[in-house]
Design a protein. Sequence first.
Length: 145
Amino acid sequence: MVLHGPNLNLLGAREPGIYGRATLADIDRALAERARARGASVECRQTNLEGELVGFIHEAGQRAQAIIINPAAYTHTSVAIADALRAVGLPAVEVHLSNVHAREPFRRRSFVAPVCVGTIGGFGARSYTLALEAVLDILEDKQNS
Ligand code: DQA
């Protein structure tokens, strides 16, 4: 399951110098295509609400094998999202379009990083497809072990 946090519905128009010109629909389409090419599928969801993101993580725990999540601003504030990821225990990868370490100091802190397998950021829309490759590799490794 691919989860997009607040303001990511505005991608394409939102600060394109930082986040690029790709829309969320473009990103979701690229993920679906790449997943299909590797014999997998993705379900992509976006919300501007923290509690709804927690609910989506719980749902992922019921029916997904892994989570790709860009919690957006909640990355830097949300104990609830980190706790939800910890609770469901699925392999999760944190994604950011921008390089959060090259921006304001408050963006360097991530509550979700410690509960994720890893973080991919700074590659624009490609951060998501890189995360997908990583997640599918992890799941394949698991299957083969
Ligand atoms: C972001 C980085 C966050 O700091 C910011 O609040 C976002 C987007 C990114 O993808 O680069 O909304 O998660």
